[in-house]
Design a protein around this ligand. Structure first.
Ligand code: GKR
Ligand code: MG
Length: 424
């Protein structure tokens, strides 16, 4: 039997887009009215197009544009070639990360972040050309449904000067429980995560307790994005004993997390202190975390996220999945990864409900009963909605935002606000 012909890349299009985002609060400020993303289309010689989705911030876009031309002629199966060409053209480039809310970066992490949407698009092309879903290319599905958790946020009723959105205000336990009821009612989520680090810890503990009372069978998580000192973290961990499935990034850094982990009754999770393979040895040595949140957008794509899963298995760490504001191409990629990752035993995070139906694919995968049914079509199994893409690109051009800045946006309404870590 002769080998199948190579399928070369013939072109790449990167389209920055913007879509409405509600005023969700976190330890860095509040979400701006528009979230930015970039849609990456990679064309192959047979006319097929593979899709990827990534951050839309200006420095990141500039790096994507640098990589796009070097893909010319690359075989769509050559993921190592993709990584080598991208690393070569990016050299020592480094761009800050505004989406893990750490700002921390490194050359390696930058390359991983820039490679990711191209890798997903190549996997989509591989799937389209072989007629196989991406999860088959990642080792085969181990589950038919990928569970997601309901992601709760303290929030304003609406952006200043605009009407309230459909979720309304959440400024305390009652608002958070009402938000959870709405989300669970609509999507059937079987676990819940509260984004904390917004109000004094005692208020957030009260919200967790109220959630536990309202949803006694739902595993709960709390994530203050490093808003607390070690001492505060230990106090909160103590007071939420029995209430939390895991506590995520209570404090900054591997040393601080290790000090908390040594005293906390529940496991600690992170998407902030372990963000690249090089962080793992020290995290394991110190016992800083028990669960790592994978995110293909900054771990270098789906295959590199599968490698992270293998590393976590080796070191006995649990694996969950992180999310930022995203659309349906990213959701599909997350679902394929979740389908093919035996170790992903926690429900994945997603911001999908907060996009209030906006999407860039014609038939977004749906969350029902708290999970997404794994698609079986070729590739990612989603189709770009070209009208929506054009509209969202026009919104990008008009919205005036070029980089995520939760802090600066909050300061417009509360000039005395400063971003501090720890705050409590
Ligand atoms: O969307 O405000 C947000 C989140 O705080 C996000 O930026 C974080 O990266 O969801 C994330 C997290 O789990 O830390
Ligand atoms: Mg987090």
């Amino acid at each position: 039997m002769s080998a199948a012909a190579r399928l070369g890349v013939t072109g790449v299009t990167i389209t920055p887009i913007a879509f409405p985002d509600p005023p969700l609060l976190n330890s860095a400020g509040v979400h701006q009215p528009w979230a930015l993303r970039a849609v990456v289309e990679v064309r192959a010689a047979d006319g097929s197009v593979g899709l990827g989705e990534t951050y839309g911030d200006a420095p990141h876009l500039a790096l994507l544009e640098r990589v796009a031309p070097v893909l010319d002629g690359l075989d769509v199966f050559d993921l190592n070639g993709l990584r080598a060409r991208a690393a070569a053209v990016l050299g020592g480039a480094d761009a800050p990360d505004r989406h893990g809310l750490t700002g921390a970066s490194s050359t390696g992490k930058t390359v991983a972040r820039v490679v990711s949407p191209f890798e997903v698009a190549l996997l989509d092309l591989q799937g389209r050309s072989t007629g196989r879903p991406v999860h088959d290319l990642l080792g085969g599905r181990v589950r038919d449904r990928v569970p997601f958790s309901g992601y709760l946020f303290y929030k304003w009723a609406g952006h200043p000067g605009a009407p309230a959105d459909e979720y309304g205000e959440a400024a305390g336990p009652d608002g958070i429980v009402a938000q959870a009821r709405r989300m669970v009612g609509r999507y059937g989520f079987g676990s819940l995560k509260l984004k904390g680090g917004v109000f004094p810890p005692e208020e957030e503990i009260a919200a967790v307790a109220a959630l536990h009372e309202a949803f006694p069978d739902h595993p709960l998580r709390l994530d203050p994005n490093c808003a607390w000192s070690v001492e505060t973290s230990v106090r909160v961990a103590d007071k939420t004993d029995g209430l939390l499935e895991y506590l995520e990034d209570p404090t900054s850094g591997l040393a601080g997390m290790a000090a908390v982990a040594a005293q906390a009754p529940m496991p600690l999770a992170t998407n902030m202190c372990v963000v690249q393979p090089a962080d793992l040895p020290e995290a394991v040595r110190r016992g800083s975390v028990q669960i790592v949140l994978a995110d293909h957008h900054y771990w270098g794509g789906l295959t590199e996220s599968a490698s992270l899963a293998a590393l976590c298995r080796t070191w006995g760490l649990g694996l969950s999945m992180h999310s930022n504001s995203h659309l349906g191409i990213s959701l599909a990629a997350m679902v394929h990864l979740g389908a093919a990752t035996p170790d992903l035993t926690y429900a994945a995070d997603t911001h999908t409900p907060w996009q209030l139906g906006a999407d860039v694919v014609t038939e977004p995968l749906e969350i029902t009963g708290g999970a997404v049914t794994v698609p079986d079509g070729p590739g990612l199994g989603v189709t770009l909605d070209r009208e929506a893409l054009a509209r969202m690109h026009a919104d990008y051009l008009a919205c005036g935002i070029r980089e995520r800045d939760d802090t600066g946006y909050l300061q417009r309404f509360e000039p005395s606000y400063t971003r501090r870590r720890p705050r409590w």
